[in-house]
Design a protein around this ligand. Structure first.
Ligand code: ADE
Length: 284
């Protein structure tokens, strides 16, 4: 495959390092999201290794809840990643459009996130930037997690320090251990899961505040409160995920791992085996 095999139809997203466009494979008619990176800019800013790592991580993931890397190619100027297209965009826009999600939707998407994290954790991969902007929705409204640019692979000890010196991620989902010890661990994504469940049900992140400084202060002192009208099982689950000690989070290995997390009362009635084949509840 090469750039000439695709017809670009619109811009899907843009950040400082890349542009994502919607494109159609001319010979099959299939739609893809193509992430385009400028080679010269990457080399200049020493970001080539980050991009190679992202490519490496995504190509290892073979699970319906992750964006799939179909092809890669390059020309003199650019790198191209041909990714599966998540037609319904970011989970964040559904939270914002409804100001929060109906309880059954929050439960369903929390459960899909749990299965996605269980898969990642089995591979010993930490996403490290899990948030509703990086959780895309397919045309049948199942999740497709993206953005592995800051993920950490097993035995990759360099990227811990690297990330903290060039920290740009979203402050509100950062786990306390990253702020206090500059290290993340396999349970760091469970903290983000707690933040996301809270956000799906209340419309706000648990540690939101006016400045990054105040957000960090709240995170390290675990200063959050669930709205009184929030489902009590959800409140209990959030309280067991937002634990300062990573080993104390529900889902961590020492606390019974993902089996224990999946048997929390909030997930009562979830069909864990066939979740990706179910019809997701309506967003309302
Ligand atoms: N924006 C960034 N990546 C995308 C993808 N894979 N599908 C849809 N929109 C995107």
């Amino acid at each position: 495959k090469c750039p000439d095999d695709f017809m670009v139809s619109k811009l899907l997203g843009e950040d400082e390092d890349s542009t994502v466009v919607l494109a159609q494979d001319i010979s099959t008619g299939k739609q893809y999201a193509i992430k385009i990176l400028d080679q010269e800019k990457l080399a200049h800013e020493d970001k080539l290794s980050q991009v190679q790592k992202e490519q490496h991580v995504i190509s290892r993931l073979k699970h319906p809840f992750f964006v799939k890397l179909h092809y890669t190619f390059e020309d003199e100027k650019r790198l191209y990643f041909v990714l599966s297209y998540a037609k319904n965009g970011e989970l964040l826009s559904y939270i914002e459009a409804n100001t929060s999600l109906p309880l059954e939707c929050a439960r369903f998407y929390a459960a899909e996130l749990v299965l996605a994290l269980e898969y990642l954790h089995r591979l010993r991969i930490i996403h490290r930037d899990l948030k509703p902007e990086n959780i895309l929705l397919t045309d049948d409204m199942h999740i497709q997690i993206t953005d592995f640019g800051t993920a950490k692979l097993p035995n990759d000890h360099r990227s811990d320090l690297k990330r903290t010196t060039s920290f740009v991620g979203t402050a509100e989902y950062v786990p306390p251990e990253l702020l206090t010890t500059k290290r993340s661990c396999i349970s760091s994504d469970l903290w983000a899961l707690g933040c996301i469940i809270y956000q799906m049900l209340s419309g706000k992140t648990p540690f939101h505040d006016d400045s990054e400084y105040y957000v960090f202060q709240k995170i390290v002192s675990r200063d959050f409160r669930c709205p009184v009208n929030m489902d009590t099982d959800a409140q209990d689950l959030i309280g067991k995920l937002l634990v300062v000690d990573p080993d104390g989070r529900l889902g961590s290995a020492g606390l019974g791992g993902f089996d224990k997390l999946k048997s929390h009362p909030f997930f009562r009635g979830i069909n864990w085996q066939g979740l990706h084949l179910e019809t997701p509840p309506m967003m309302g």
